[in-house]
Design a protein. Structure first.
Length: 504
């Protein structure tokens, strides 16, 4: 993991490595005060290359006076007195700078931060976003590559140059951002880990380790207990696998009396073949990512344990494989869930909602949360509807939706609300059970009908469903992501809990 250091402009030393300056454009060209402060040879190169300071425009120049040192100049766009600079554009530019430094194979990168006023935000927020994105941009999954020449270069140190490096709030923002960035990358690492290793037991053990380290209460139910408790959805999905299912529950309790309780539920299918409703081979290649929801809530809890908000938080991760066998769940089966409702199984590849149903029911009964949010790689329909850039948000609770939408913009983990009107509810009614695990094909809208299925298990609790099927894996054209896992939802869930903290 990259080490983060804050330094003031007056005390900054010239470390070997890359020194990045962020420059905006004016009517007359690139920002002159920074350009003129640079080495004259660098200045000449910028002119020769017609540097315009467009968003994400990067030029790196080696310094003849210092071996293995470079000046990196990064554009952040045109200054406009009517509008602030876009913080998301800045995130992407930071990521490009980090990637440039990696390609230069330098040990250290120094970021001379732009004026936070350009973004109409405080310095704490700019520091936080810079640190989080810098960490996310350095992530690379190469654990199973044995050829050292193919291992990507790792940057060891990141120095942030700011006028307020000794400000306690900035120091805290930086430290908190390190914790958040680490959680995002850890979630990505688990998701990228092959399903041979990342089993339900793997994830439940990770939850236990986090609980032990950070003094969280962690309970893990095994398959025998799950069957005895009547969690028919989770037990049913697991029937085709030789690996037992698990239900991991993590609890954070604040010392504040009468605090609100927030429940987070994450889908944890560690490999999804589709079961007897078998997926095509090509569609299985990335199905190790079907536990991204569980990875998100478990890693969120590790952050919450360290940030210590004044709300109670409980996370539930139902964990299973979905595989075909002679014992596997079959189309036509009817299963009974923890809350007593029954569902007809028409397609065993619609399994995520079955394990979430039990976890949601359990959370509502035993923790009586003030709000409950589930997160899941649930439907291909959502991925087709929104693509890889927006997580699907479904809820009938407008106040909760407004909170999620606001936080998602703040942290850079975007969502888009899909409709949940009564017209869709009839799509999942079964003729032989209470509900059916897939919707009426005439109505389509598979993401929405899946959400209506889940709604049967939350009672009157304020609830929202996040479908990360499109955003959890292989998101192209965003510089801080690579092929593989993104950690979708981790920043959002942390931000939501901390927003409740601020409001209470």
């Amino acid at each position: 993991m990259i080490d983060i250091h804050l330094q003031s402009k007056s005390s900054a030393t010239m470390h070997a490595g890359a020194h990045a300056h962020f420059v905006y454009a004016t009517e007359d060209g690139a920002q002159t005060d920074i350009i003129n402060s640079l080495n004259s040879s660098v200045n000449q190169i910028l002119v020769a290359r017609k540097f315009k300071a467009n968003p994400g425009e990067i030029i790196s120049v080696p310094l003849a006076t210092s071996a293995d040192s470079y000046i990196v100049v990064a554009g952040i766009g045109k200054k406009n007195t009517k509008h602030s600079f876009c913080i998301e554009s800045y995130r992407r530019t930071v990521a490009k700078v980090i990637r440039t430094a990696i390609s230069l194979q330098v040990p250290t990168i120094t970021l001379h931060l732009p004026d936070h006023a350009l973004f109409h935000c405080n310095i704490d927020y700019l520091i936080e976003q810079t640190v989080i994105i810098s960490q996310i941009a350095t992530y690379h999954f190469d654990q199973y590559i044995t050829d050292q020449d193919r291992k990507e270069h790792r940057i060891q140190n990141l120095f942030l140059i700011t006028d307020q490096s000794d400000n306690p709030s900035i120091i805290k923002a930086s430290k908190d951002a390190v914790i958040i960035g680490k959680a995002v990358n850890q979630a990505r690492h688990w998701i990228d880990t092959p399903p041979l290793d990342a089993t339900p037991f793997f994830l439940s053990e990770k939850a236990k380790e986090i609980g032990k380290t950070h003094n969280l209460t962690v309970t893990v139910f095994n398959e025998k207990q799950i069957i005895e408790m009547g969690l028919g959805g989770l037990a049913g999905v697991s029937r085709g696998s030789d690996v037992d299912c698990q239900l991991a529950i993590m609890e954070y309790k604040t010392q504040k009396p009468n605090a609100q309780t927030i429940a987070l539920v994450g889908k944890g299918i560690t490999f999804d073949s589709g079961g007897l409703s078998l997926k095509p081979a090509a569609s299985m290649e990335t199905m190790k990512d079907d536990m991204a929801g569980a990875a998100a809530v478990i890693n969120t809890m590790e952050v919450i344990a360290q940030l210590k908000p004044n709300v109670n938080v409980v996370a539930l991760a139902p964990l299973s494989e979905n595989l075909p066998s002679g014992k596997a769940l079959k189309p036509g089966d009817i299963i009974k869930f923890y809350n007593g409702k029954t569902a007809e199984i028409k397609n065993t590849d619609a399994e995520g909602r079955l394990i979430l149903a039990d976890a949601l029911s359990y959370a509502v009964k035993h923790y009586k949360p003030d709000a409950i949010i589930d997160i899941a790689t649930l439907t291909g329909a959502c991925a087709y509807a929104l693509g890889p850039y927006f997580t699907g948000l479904m809820s009938e609770h407008d106040e909760l939706v407004a909170k999620i939408e606001s936080v998602s913009k703040h942290v850079g983990d975007p969502v888009w609300r899909l409709p949940m009107t009564n017209d869709y509810k009839k799509a999942i009614i079964s003729e032989v059970a209470d509900i059916c695990n897939i919707g009426d094909s005439r109505i389509k809208a598979g993401a929405v009908t899946a959400a209506h299925f889940l709604q049967h298990f939350v009672g009157d609790t304020a609830w929202a469903h996040l479908d990360i099927a499109g955003t959890a894996f292989d998101v192209p054209n965003i510089p801080y992501f690579r092929s593989g896992a993104t950690g979708a939802g981790v920043r959002l869930l942390i931000g939501l809990v901390m927003q409740w903290h601020k409001e209470n």
